[in-house]
Design a protein. Sequence first.
Length: 468
Amino acid sequence: MAINRDNLRFLLSHFDPPVFPRRISTQLSKNKQFAVNSLEEMLRKFEESDFIDCKVNAYNYIGQTVADAAADDDDAAKPSNGNGNGKHSPLSPYSATTTTTGLADAVKLIQQRAMAEPIPSVIFIDLDQKKYLHKTIRKIKDTFVDEKLEPTVIDSGHGYHIILPVETDPAKYYYCPRPDWDKNKLIPGRSNWLASVIAQDYKYGIPANLSPANMFIQFAEDYLTSNKADLGHYPSVRSCMVRVPGTYNSECIEEGVDSEVKIVNRWNGQQTKAHILFLINKFYYHVKETHEKRQKMMLKARKKRLRLESSRRFAGSRFEIDAKTDALSGAIKHSSGTTMMLNPKLTDALIMEIAHKTHWYIELLFQIAVDDFRKRAVTLLFAPYMITIKQMDSEITEQLIFNWLERCSEARLLDFDQIELTQQAINYARDRVYLPLGEVKLRDQAPDLFAKLERMSNRGGVRVEGGN
C-alpha cells in the first residue's frame, strides 16, 4: 500500500508553516513522538511501521533535538516527555508552581507564557460517537456564522477526527476587519484583559502546566461538540496527534473491522478561515464560569474534609509503598493506641471508613488492570481521590499511579506518556482541590467498567457497604 501524497499534503495544509520539521508517531515507535524533516522521511517512517497507527502533530513544537541534547550527558536519567528524540526538553519550561504576589503578578506571568507558546491555530476534535458528527458540523457552521464552512473530517476507525484551522489576525476578520488592533489581542492569554480573566484562579501561584493556548483548544473541542467529544482527549500545542489518511488503526485490525483511516469531508477554508473572534468571548465567559464553580467546589471540598476529620477514627497516619505488592500501606494508629498495617488491596480494611464507603469503586479499580479508561482513571479518579480525599503526598501518589499503569500496560500497551499525564493530573488536583467522579457519573461514562466493579463488589464480601 502507498499513502496518497495529495491527501497527505492536504492534511499538512491545515497547519501553520513551517511544515517541517514536525513530530509524528507510529506503531513502531510505540506511539511516542519523534521529529522528521521532510515529506520523504515522513513517508519512509510510516512505511517502516507498515502504515499502522501513523499520526502527525498539528502543531510544529519539536522539543530539544538529539544533537542539542547530546552535549548534556547529565540529562540521560531525566524522564522523557515522549518526543521520541532520545533526549528531550523538560515536561514544562516551569519546573513547579510559580509563586505570585497577587493578580497583577499572575497576569504578567500568564502573558509571558502565552507569548512563549504557539498560537492556537488549529482546533482538533476527537469524536468517539459517530452519531454526534452531524450535530457537531452544524454547531461549527452556526458558531462561525458560515453556512459554507466545511471542516475536514477523518474517519479514524473508532470515530472521527475533525480538523478546523483558525484565523487569529484581527485584520482578517471578514465581517469587520480591524487592522488597527494588536495582532495579539485575540490570542488567549496575550492581551492584558484576556490574561486577567485567566489569572483570577492563580493570584498566588501558577501551576507548571498552565497553558492559555491549551485551555482554548480544549474548550473549543468541548463547546463545538456540546461536550460529546472523547472524555480522555486533551489536545495541546505540544501533542495534537491526527491520524494520517490511508493508514490503519491497530485496534480495528485486532477487532477484525475496517481499519483504514479515510477522509470523509474536506476543509474548504483555504481562502477564508474560521475566525477566532467568534469563539474568544465564549471562551472567556467559560473561564469566568469555571472560576465561580471552582470556588464553590473548593468550599464543598473543605467542608467535606472537616467532616472526615471529625469522624475519622484513626490518627497519625504515615503512608509508604509496600515493596512486595506495589500497594499503599501505612502504619495507622487507632484512637485506642493500637497500630494496624493497612493495604488498599485488602478492601475490607478500614483505611478511611467514610471515604471507602463513598468511593468503593476507586478502591476496587486500583486492584485490577484494565485495557481502557486508563487516562480518565488517572485524571478523574485516582489523582483527586489520593490528593483531595486521602491528603496523600504527591510523590507517593505518583508512584502508586505509575505502578497501576504498568500493570495496565500488560493488558494493552499505553498509548500516552504516563509521566506527563500523571504529573499533570497530580498538579491539577493539588491546585484545584477537586473531587473524584461520583458513582453515578462513572456509571454513565464507563458502564462496562462500572458493571465489572459492581460484580466484584458483591463477591467475597469485598464491598460490605456502598456509598451514593
